[in-house]
Design a binder for this molecule. Structure first.
Ligand code: FE2
Length: 410
């Protein structure tokens, strides 16, 4: 059996974590989460602008990157907002892994232009920063003090999202991941009131993404779906969402990687990302994210890229704890027949994950990883896993270290 390296103190901590998760599960059950209004297809941006107009919004702050502005990707949104008598201002300072100071700049723009709603236009970074901005806008607290669960007393400004990548699912989740300016460690601002009121999924917006970004973001969505499916907090409801997302991604991610202009597959990926977000906002995530966040902080590895490398290894580590679910996944996604043995079926799921990485050109090690960093990365991942995640099989620090050593460059 894998993973017997945890210490007695760690095993006691795991026991406590199981009890904490039971309480979390009760809380999540009682907490109704907003169902975002969904606008899909090539007319999605117009349809979203109409919705914003119906809310009586006076002026939105569009939060995006300089690249989006340069590529003139905002033109449709701006025209649609004008048609609906909604004013706008633009904050285009979003960077990958947005930091507290990026959020503060966006907040300044919101205050300066007196915007009464925010439209996040971009990938996970634009959406996460926007979530932090909408909370900070209505609460007289420094951004740093909003880290944690529902730290803002007042209702955030309304948020609308136009995702341009298919991966994060952040538009429908309660969590904004913000980086510390100095240490680059991830901070979580968690507030279910930041779930987008409306989301536009226009497949045309992602068709020009380069294959590497398509692969990385798509693998982030797949990781959300699989970690939600294998989570200790999974339920029949979240399983149905996760399996739907996994099947869509298995079918359409290799296609959009090879042929970015396939709008049908781009639309399927956008949908899969959102559905995976709906699965993990209730079921939470696991060790892939706990470790990936540290690799991102330490070496600047893109989030989805780190997830993709880790996913098959963490699933393999957890296999004995979740064999039946992995077998069910193989049946539900057409990888194998129910007549096969559970262990064979679970093996087929693992094979599919490994094969997918190969198809997408994802390596099986981390080029920048250094042996001397492994203990501190493992400790930080261990801590994160037991604070905001619900992975199915606990890993002690030594287990995480051993897994990381397997990722060292050859
Ligand atoms: Fe993620």
């Amino acid at each position: 059996m894998r993973g017997s390296q945890s210490t007695l103190a760690e095993r006691l901590r795991f026991k406590l974590h199981r009890a904490e998760l039971k309480a979390t599960a009760m809380g999540l059950k009682l907490m109704p989460l907003r169902e975002s209004r969904l606008h899909e297809g090539l007319d999605a941006t117009h349809s979203l602008a109409r919705e914003i107009g119906h809310y009586g919004v006076n002026k939105v702050l569009i939060v995006t990157t300089a690249g989006v502005v340069k590529r003139q990707q905002l033109d449709t949104l701006i025209a649609a907002l004008a048609q609906n008598q909604v004013g706008f201002a633009i904050y285009s300072g979003i960077t990958p892994d947005p930091s507290v100071s990026v959020v503060k700049e966006g907040l300044q723009a919101q205050q300066q232009h007196q915007c009464d709603a925010v439209v996040a236009f971009g990938g996970g970074s634009a959406i996460d920063a926007s979530k932090a901005i909408v909370v900070a806008a209505t609460n007289d607290k420094p951004v740093e003090k909003l880290v944690g669960i529902r730290k803002g007393r007042n209702k955030p400004l309304p948020l609308f999202c136009v995702p341009t990548t298919a991966g994060t699912g952040s538009e429908v989740t309660s969590v904004a991941v913000i980086s510390d300016d100095v240490t680059h460690t991830k901070r979580f601002i968690i507030d279910s009131r930041t779930i987008a009121k409306g989301v536009a999924l226009d497949p045309a917006l992602s068709q020009s993404l380069p294959p590497s970004i398509t692969a990385e973001t798509g693998m982030d969505a797949l990781t959300h779906a699989i970690e939600a499916y294998l989570s200790q907090l999974a339920s029949p409801q979240t399983d149905a969402l996760a399996l739907e997302a996994i099947e869509l991604i298995f079918t359409h991610l290799p296609e959009v990687y090879r042929n970015g202009g396939n709008l049908e597959s781009r639309a399927a990926m956008a949908r899969a990302s959102l559905i995976a977000g709906k699965a993990f906002r209730k079921a939470m995530l696991g060790y892939v994210h706990a470790i990936s966040h540290q690799l991102g902080a330490c070496y600047g590895l893109p989030h989805g890229f780190a997830n993709a490398i880790l996913l098959p290894r963490i699933v393999a580590f957890s296999q004995d704890a979740v064999q039946d679910k992995l077998a069910q996944l193989a049946i539900e996604t057409g990888l194998g027949e129910a007549s096969l043995g559970r262990s064979d079926l679970a093996g087929l799921t693992l094979d599919r994950l490994e094969r997918l990485n190969t198809e997408l050109g994802i390596p099986d090690n981390v080029e920048s990883l250094k042996e001397q960093d492994i203990p501190s990365i493992a400790s930080a991942a261990y801590k994160e896993a037991l604070s905001v995640h619900a992975g199915p099989k606990y890993m002690g620090r030594k287990d995480i270290q051993a897994l990381l050593r397997g990722l060292l460059p050859q």
